[in-house]
Write a protein that binds this ligand. Structure first.
Ligand SMILES: Nc1ncnc2c1ncn2[C@@H]1O[C@H](COP(=O)(O)OP(=O)(O)O)[C@@H](O)[C@H]1O
Ligand SMILES: [Mg+2]
Length: 479
């Protein structure tokens, strides 16, 4: 099927609908007019026949057919249209037949029709009304007639007018329809033209919004909204790529300097060993960073498939605390955990949850000075499992609080880098919490310490059943 442009299709539809409507109108107007002419003429004929009936009844009281003839003749001469009359008896003999009627040769029907009928005389269309009259023991057939030539001529004139004017009207309407739809759709072309020029290089361009308060205005606004979101997503990704390469460049540059220095002249085995150890540390950090970047990239493209299953948070947190206490011990920080003995069931992915808890404990240890304290705890409340990691560390300034969950955000770049962080931990943590339909929040006072709190909906809690199903579908494309 060939597809025509919308404006042409609209105009064509308009034309077709209008053609049907106008033709129907023309046809019914014609039919109705003809019908109403017949109705009026028939009534008139009937009245005339009725007059003749009364005359026959009156005259036949005297039982004289010749009188009747005479009376009928007089009657016809007196009245308008009276000449168009013929009366016959039951044997078919003419009692009276005007000259015009015999010239026209209007027939006498064998059976009296209930309605008037059309009769075409030589060159005159006629309308004939027939009526039986019983008088003086006889039955007479009275027929009155009307000449229809003038009426039919008028009717034909009207038909001609319709036949000429309807196509003319249609042509005008179609042209008008095409013009209107072209005008209405012109902004669409403009939108398409602008849209064609928008690419990754100029995502900040926007479509012109026609001030028409109609679908087209809404369409442009919607498309602009979409561009807005695409642009911000695109900017985030470019920023992420830029940040990631920047973060990767630093350790690589450091390793290069170290090895170059070491290779500049002959060194002792101990010196080489020291260089290799330093490079090894750098490599460890770098591979951590790469691992984090890859995790985030997988979450971004929806490929990070969480294995949701009934999980005991208490057990997962206990494992994380074991690793955490080793970290704390190395920094001479007191580490305590308060985890209930009985299992606390949630629906989740245990390895991601462990990762989340470790991120929080790792931060708490990292940003707390020696002799400080880190507390990890778990409790149930309001349908949620609530995990808290509290420290007596450096705290976070109020101005930094809203940003700590952003990628690559570090409140204190120098200190964080020194301790091996690039600012990705908390953004990964937040993604994990949210993928579990949970949430993560922070309270902190600069110089006093911080509390990071994660709430995860309990498996039997109300929070879960409502929330987890769509999340699993969203997070796990395989499910
Ligand atoms: N427990 C904490 N105490 C103080 N500051 C913290 C704590 N946890 C996180 N932060 C701040 O939030 C920033 C982001 O944390 P994170 O995403 O884990 O990055 P990283 O630890 O790699 O620097 C950190 O750089 C730090 O400034
Ligand atoms: Mg961290």
């Amino acid at each position: 099927m060939i597809t025509l442009p919308i404006r042409l299709r609209l105009a064509a539809w308009y034309f077709a609908v209008l053609a049907v409507v106008l033709s129907a109108f023309g046809f019914s107007a014609y039919v109705e007019m003809r019908h109403s002419i017949h109705r009026t003429i028939d009534e008139e004929l009937q009245i005339r026949a009725d007059g003749v009936r009364q005359l026959i009844e009156r005259t036949m009281q005297r039982q004289d057919v010749d009188d009747l003839r005479q009376d009928l003749r007089e009657h016809t001469e007196l009245r308008a249209g009276g000449a168009l009359l013929q009366v016959s008896d039951e044997q078919g003999n003419w009692i009276y037949r005007s000259k015009v009627m015999s010239d026209y040769g209007v027939p006498r029907p064998a059976k009296v029709p209930r309605r008037a009928f059309d009769y075409q005389a030589k060159d005159m269309p006629l309308r004939v009304w027939s009526q039986q009259v019983a008088a003086g023991g006889h039955i007479y057939l009275v027929q009155t007639t009307a000449e229809m030539d003038d009426y039919y001529a008028a009717l034909q004139h009207v038909a001609l007018l319709l036949i000429i004017s309807i196509p003319l009207l249609l042509a005008c309407a179609a042209a008008g329809g095409y013009w209107i739809s072209s005008r209405a759709l012109a902004p669409v072309d403009q939108i398409a033209q602008t849209a064609r020029t928008i690419s990754a290089q100029n995502l900040s361009r926007r479509l012109v919004v026609p001030n028409t308060r109609d679908e087209l205005q809404r369409l442009s606004e919607t498309l602009n909204g979409m561009l807005e979101r695409l642009e911000s997503a695109f900017r985030r990704i470019t920023q992420f790529t830029a940040d990631a390469s920047h973060e990767l460049r630093t350790p690589v540059a450091v390793m290069r300097t170290r090895t170059e220095l070491s290779l500049r002249k002959a060194r002792s085995a101990d010196e080489y060993r020291e260089t290799i150890r330093q490079v090894h540390d750098d490599l460890e950090q770098t591979s951590d960073l790469i691992e984090q970047l890859m995790y985030l990239a997988r979450t971004d493209c929806g490929a990070e498939i969480l294995q949701f299953a009934p999980t005991d948070v208490a057990e997962v947190l206990r494992e994380a605390c074991q690793q955490g206490s080793a970290l704390a011990e190395a920094k001479q920080i007191e580490f305590r955990s308060q985890i209930p003995e009985q299992p606390i069931g949630i629906f989740g992915d245990s390895s991601s949850l462990r990762r989340l808890f470790l991120i929080l404990i790792d931060n708490a240890v990292k940003y707390t000075a020696a002799n400080g304290r880190v507390d990890a705890s778990l409790r149930e409340g309001e349908g949620f499992a609530v995990v808290e990691v509290r420290d007596t560390g450096i705290g976070i300034a109020e101005s930094d609080l809203p940003n700590v969950f952003e990628r690559f955000y570090r409140a204190d770049k120098a200190r964080s880098r020194e301790s091996g962080g690039v600012g990705l931990g908390l953004s990964i943590g937040r993604w994990i919490a949210e993928a579990h339909s949970g949430m993560i929040e922070v309270e902190s006072t600069l110089g006093v310490g911080s509390v990071f709190r994660v709430r995860l909906p309990l498996a039997n809690g109300e929070g879960l059943s409502k929330k987890i199903a769509p999340v699993i579908a969203a997070v796990d494309p395989v499910a």
